[in-house]
Write a protein that binds this ligand. Structure first.
Ligand code: ADP
Ligand code: MG
Length: 350
């Protein structure tokens, strides 16, 4: 971050808002054992795991080791990762990928097809050009944006499932899995904790939430969603969850400010600019955090109408789209499980 004009969502808030709400409700039960949390910085964000039973050091160690392994495979910003090797070999040759990276990349390509490229894992040249969230952040010239946009095309990523390899057909192409790597890491963290015997826990990877296990009194988890127009900790509403993941994408999370204007980190491959689709934030709940992470970013780019259409194609998930008129549109499971905070400026849309 470093630069005075570069911001990211306060790491404190990113885990406090949902985790705090979740633990307030968890603690209100007198029978509940004390939760134990551990926090580490990984995947470019604050990662926090809270366990309520079986809070053993070796379980935390195994979970955080897995998160680091995923970062070491999928980061586009570090040298030597699989994605860095794939990008370096663009236009030259295919690169073999771990099952982890292959799965995340192929899911991204699937959603790219379903969204006609609103989400595109080959958005890397544009992400690098803007540099939002890094010391190199700046507003690029139109000609530079166009040159980067020329290189974005998920159809020019060739996957070979037999060999578990990928080939970027054109020199200069770059894959970026930032829209969904944290989600995949949350799924894997949950799997490891459950396999290790944890009965109940909350995982927060920079706002990608995953909860599992029943509360002692059998009540659902209550997770707060941030108000996209109020970074000071007000919340938009609460989601009741039995288990699974909740992910929010918004323009307020990470941005660069210049000339009084904010440029956020979710880019529209069709314009080369930060997406301005008429949505302030998108929340998705799913049993798969990877899918929730991927879809929240995609719908944020698509905007309210096209976003609602995509949401309806996923009947197992739930969606809350907040539009610029402060209306909250609920689709699927969130039509039932979302409680709007009544004091706020928001209303439920139809
Ligand atoms: P966060 O990382 O804040 O949780 P998101 O999950 O919405 O946010 O992902 C944003 C990241 O996804 C960006 O930092 C960038 O790496 C990548 N990205 C930005 N725009 C796109 C896009 N249109 N398609 C795919 N990936 C994108
Ligand atoms: Mg995402």
């Amino acid at each position: 971050m470093g630069m005075a004009t570069s911001y990211s969502r306060s790491p404190l808030y990113s885990f406090l808002a949902p985790a705090l709400l979740a633990s307030i409700f968890a603690l209100s039960s007198c029978a509940a054992p004390e939760p134990v949390s551990r926090t580490e910085f990984s995947l470019g964000t604050t990662c926090r795991i809270t366990l309520y039973e079986k809070a053993e050091k070796k379980l935390f160690d195994a979970a955080f080791a897995r998160i680091r392994e995923i970062e070491e495979r999928m980061s586009a910003n570090r040298e030597g990762t699989e994605i860095a090797r794939l990008n370096d070999a663009a236009g030259i040759e295919a690169v073999s990928l771990s099952a982890d990276t292959f799965l995340v990349l192929s899911t991204a390509i699937d959603i790219a097809e379903k969204s006609k490229g609103a989400l595109d894992p080959s958005v890397g040249p544009l992400v690098k050009l803007w540099g939002i969230g890094t010391d190199a952040a700046r507003v690029p010239e139109a000609a530079e944006r166009e040159a980067a946009m020329e290189l974005i095309d998920y159809r020019r990523i060739l996957l070979d499932p037999e060999r578990s390899s990928a080939f970027l057909l054109d020199p200069g192409m770059r894959v970026d899995l930032g829209a969904m790597a944290k989600g995949y890491a949350a799924d894997e963290t949950a799997r490891i904790l459950k396999e290790g015997g944890a009965k109940r826990g909350l995982i927060d990877l920079g706002g990608n939430i995953y909860v599992f296990g029943k509360k002692p009194e059998g009540k659902p988890w209550r997770i707060g969603i941030q108000d996209p127009q109020d970074s000071r900790g007000a919340y938009l509403g609460i989601v009741n969850m039995e288990g699974g993941s909740l992910v929010t994408s918004g323009g307020y999370e990470r941005f660069y400010e210049e000339g009084g204007k904010r440029y956020h980190h979710i880019l529209d491959p069709a314009s080369g600019m930060p997406a301005e689709s008429g949505l302030l934030s998108v929340t998705v709940v799913s049993q798969s955090s990877m899918l929730a992470d991927c879809l929240s970013t995609t719908i944020f780019v698509l905007g309210p109408e096209r976003g609602m259409d995509l949401a309806k194609a996923f009947p197992e998930e739930g969606f809350a789209l907040v539009d610029a008129d402060q209306r909250v549109h609920l689709v699927g499971k969130l039509a039932r499980d979302f409680e709007l905070r009544s004091e706020g400026p928001y209303n439920l849309g139809q």
